[in-house]
Design a protein around this ligand. Structure first.
Ligand SMILES: C[S@@+](CC[C@H](N)C(=O)[O-])C[C@H]1O[C@@H](n2cnc3c(N)ncnc32)[C@H](O)[C@@H]1O
Length: 379
C-alpha cells in the first residue's frame, strides 16, 4: 500500500467550496465535499465516459459534477432527504417549470393549514416563531399541489431555509433550541431562495440525468461489473447520527414518523445508539474493535460497503473513498489504512492513500494529529 501527500486537496474535502458554486450551494450540507474533489478523482481514474457510482451520495456533489462533465452517474443514499436533494439538483428542467416556480410565489397561503408536521424529537412548533411555523406548513401544503418538477424545486427551497427560519442550533451531533437565536422571516427568505434557484437553472446545461435513489451501500441494487469508477465519502467514525441532525428537514420531506427510524436502520453504524450486537470483525481492526464496540461495528459495515464497490466495479476500475481518521474514546483510529488493508484482502489489486490534510484533534488532555485522505482502490 503506497502512501503519499497532496496537501492541495485538503480544502476540497469539506463543503466550503461548494457553498460558492451554483446549484451545489442549494442545500448546506456540512458533511459534503467540493466538486473539485470529484474532478480530481475522475482525472486520476482517467474516465471520460462510462458510469460513475457514489454509494453514499449525500446531497449529490459527485452526481452534479459528473453531469457537468457529461458522464453518467448513479447515486445511492440511506436517507430519503439526501436522495431527494440529489435528484432535484441534478434533474433537467423546462422553461415552463421555472416560470411555474416563480408564479407560485404569488399564491395565497391557506389561512389555516391542514398539513400536520410531526417530528420524533420535539414538536416542530417549538423550533420556529409562530408566524414562521404557520408560513412553512402553509407553503408545504401548497407545494404538494404542484407538478412533480416544480414541487421538487419548491420543496428543496423550503428545506434549505429551515435552519435560518428556526431557532434551532445544530451543535455537534445534537439539535438544540436556542431562544436567543434570531430567526429570519420564512416566507421572505423562501422567495429569495426560489428566485436564486431559478436564476441558476436558467443558465444550467442539460445532460445525462443521474439516477439518485434510496438504498444501502452495503447491499446495492446494482448489477456486478457495471460501474467504471466510484467516487464517494462514507459517514465518518464520529458518532453523528444524520437522521437526527437533519431530522427536521427529513420530517418535512417525509411525513411519516417511521421514516427517521427506517433511515437509521439503513445507515452505516458510525454512531452510538444503533444496536451493536457482536459480529464478525474485520481482522485488520484488531483488539480496539472489541473493546470499543462502535469501532467494530463501523468497520464491519464498511467492509460490506467496500465489498459492494468491488462487486459492481469492472476490472481496472477505481474506487476513490474520501475518509478521515478519528479519535474516539481517546483512541486514534487510522481509518484510511484499515480501509486499504480490508480492500487488499477483498481482492483490489492496488491500493494507494493520498493524504489531503492533517488536523489537530484536541482530545484533552492530549492533542492528536489526524488526517483526511483519499483511499484509491483499483480492481
Ligand atoms: C459524508 S456524507 C456524503 C456527502 C457527499 N459526499 C456530498 O458531497 O454531499 C455520507 C452519507 O452517507 C449516507 N449513508 C449512511 N449510511 C449509509 C448506507 N448504509 N448506505 C448509503 N448511504 C448511507 C448518509 O445519509 C450521508 O448522506
Amino acid at each position: 500500500m503506497k502512501i503519499s501527500e497532496n496537501f492541495g486537496l485538503g480544502k476540497y474535502m469539506t463543503f466550503e467550496f461548494s457553498k460558492e458554486k451554483p446549484i451545489h450551494n442549494w442545500f448546506w450540507y456540512k458533511e459534503g465535499y467540493a466538486p473539485e474533489m470529484v474532478e480530481w478523482c475522475l482525472n486520476h481514474s482517467g474516465i471520460k465516459n462510462g458510469t460513475v457510482l457514489d454509494p453514499f451520495c449525500g446531497v449529490g456533489t459527485t452526481l452534479l459534477t459528473c453531469k457537468n462533465a457529461g458522464i453518467e452517474s448513479i447515486g445511492v443514499d440511506a436517507s430519503s432527504l439526501a436522495a431527494f436533494i440529489s435528484k432535484t439538483k441534478t434533474d433537467d428542467y423546462e422553461k415552463q417549470d421555472l416560470e411555474n416556480a416563480l408564479e407560485f410565489l404569488h399564491k395565497k397561503l391557506p389561512p389555516q393549514s391542514r398539513w400536520e408536521w410531526e417530528f420524533e424529537l420535539f414538536s416542530p412548533r417549538a423550533a420556529f416563531p409562530k408566524r414562521n411555523y404557520n408560513e412553512i406548513v402553509g407553503l408545504r401544503e401548497l407545494i404538494e399541489q404542484e407538478d412533480a418538477r416544480v414541487r421538487n424545486i419548491l420543496l428543496l427551497a423550503l428545506l434549505s431555509i429551515l435552519p435560518q427560519a428556526s431557532i434551532v442550533m445544530k451543535d455537534g451531533g445534537v439539535l438544540k433550541i436556542d431562544k436567543n437565536k434570531r430567526a429570519l422571516p420564512a416566507r421572505e427568505i423562501f422567495k429569495r431562495k426560489v428566485k436564486r434557484i431559478v436564476r441558476e437553472l436558467e443558465t444550467f446545461k442539460t445532460g445525462h440525468i443521474p439516477a439518485a435513489f434510496i438504498g444501502d451501500a452495503r447491499a446495492l441494487d446494482i448489477g456486478g461489473e457495471t460501474i467504471d469508477c466510484v467516487v464517494t465519502s462514507p459517514p465518518y467514525l464520529n458518532n453523528i447520527d444524520y437522521s437526527k441532525i437533519y431530522g427536521l428537514e427529513l420530517s418535512l420531506v417525509n411525513q411519516s414518523k417511521a421514516e427517521a427510524q427506517a433511515v437509521r436502520m439503513r445507515a452505516v453504524r458510525s454512531f452510538i445508539g444503533k444496536s451493536m450486537t457482536p459480529q464478525s470483525l474485520p481482522p485488520e481492526v484488531g483488539e480496539i474493535g472489541n473493546t470499543i464496540p462502535i469501532i467494530g461495528t463501523y468497520f464491519h459495515d464498511m467492509e460490506g460497503a467496500i465489498s459492494e464497490m468491488y462487486r459492481v466495479l469492472r476490472g481496472g476500475g477505481e474506487a476513490h473513498v474520501i475518509v478521515s481518521n478519528s479519535v474516539i474514546h481517546q483512541t486514534h483510529v487510522i481509518v484510511d489504512e484499515i480501509f486499504g488493508q480490508i480492500a487488499e484482502r477483498i481482492g483490489f489489486s492496488e491500493v494507494e492513500i493520498v493524504v489531503g490534510a492533517e488536523r489537530i484533534a484536541d482530545v484533552k488532555p492530549q492533542k492528536v494529529k489526524t488526517r483526511e485522505s483519499v483511499v484509491i482502490m483499483k480492481k
